[in-house]
Design a protein around this ligand. Structure first.
Ligand code: HEC
Ligand code: HEC
Length: 183
């Protein structure tokens, strides 16, 4: 994790200010950060540090997305802290995804074999700069895992890109079934 960014997180974030600053975001990311649009990730209960670092990545154009990037371009560090604190304090709703039971069971085996929970935590709830995955959208998970494997999704410290290298496309499909169905 970039040590230079750590002092920025030390200031007290304002959740109520974050709620107001996030009004433009929930048009895509859903009420309280529970997204329903295809390809848009949920942000509810995401660790604040993760949201903050990803917003920096978008603003500095290290992570790029035609829909998302314009919304990070004009945020200052204080806005990002407040917004991150707001989304991280929200409750995730039950995921809309209905997993294929056989694919989800195969995904759980891949997840355990690759110790994904050692970083993302056993319930895949995330910690610090490591994202919550539980209940994230299926097509978003597929895109990100393929992106870490082929290098199109940048990675702050390189650990996730390394974790994705041994995964086959079938592993990724199975993982996404398991993870997207988790409460
Ligand atoms: C027009 C729709 C749209 C709007 C409005 C929008 N986003 Fe996004 N956002 C996206 C999409 C799509 C992605 C996924 C990009 C990708 O595939 O990498 C994303 C990704 C993100 C991520 C990364 C999530 C993760 O799990 O890595 C964060 C954080 C985020 N947005 C925060 C915000 C904030 C804060 C705002 C408001 C200031 C906002 N977004 C406004 C569409 C939008
Ligand atoms: C060594 C720690 C580590 C391990 C092991 C690990 N991850 Fe990650 N993962 C991370 C970090 C850190 C990020 C954030 C990367 C970034 O954007 O800088 C991440 C990001 C992700 C994302 C993107 C989520 C989002 O909201 O955009 C997915 C999906 C993911 N990991 C799935 C997995 C799966 C599946 C495994 C097991 C095969 C795994 N991870 C193993 C550390 C790890």
């Amino acid at each position: 994790m970039p040590a230079l960014l750590l002092p920025l997180l030390a200031g007290a974030a304002d959740i109520e200010a974050g709620r107001r600053k996030a009004e433009v975001c929930v048009a895509c990311h859903g009420p309280a950060g529970n997204a329903t649009l295809p390809g848009v990730p949920s942000l509810a209960a995401q660790p604040a540090m993760y949201v903050f670092f990803q917003l920096i990545q978008f603003r500095e154009k290290r992570r790029n997305d035609a829909q998302m990037s314009p919304f990070a371009a004009n945020l200052n560090d204080r806005d990002m802290q407040d917004i991150a604190a707001y989304f991280s304090a929200q409750q995730p709703t039950a995921p809309p995804f209905v997993a294929d039971p056989a694919k989800a069971a195969a995904g759980k085996i891949v997840l355990d074999a690759h110790h994904c929970g050692s970083c993302h935590l056993p319930g895949l709830t995330g910690q610090n700069h490591i994202p919550r995955l539980a209940g994230q959208h299926y097509d978003y998970l597929l895109k990100q895992l393929l992106g870490f494997k082929n290098g199109s999704r940048p990675d702050i410290d390189g650990t996730m890109s390394m974790a994705a290298q041994p995964l086959t496309e079938q592993d990724i499909e199975h993982l996404a079934h398991y993870i997207a169905g988790l409460k």
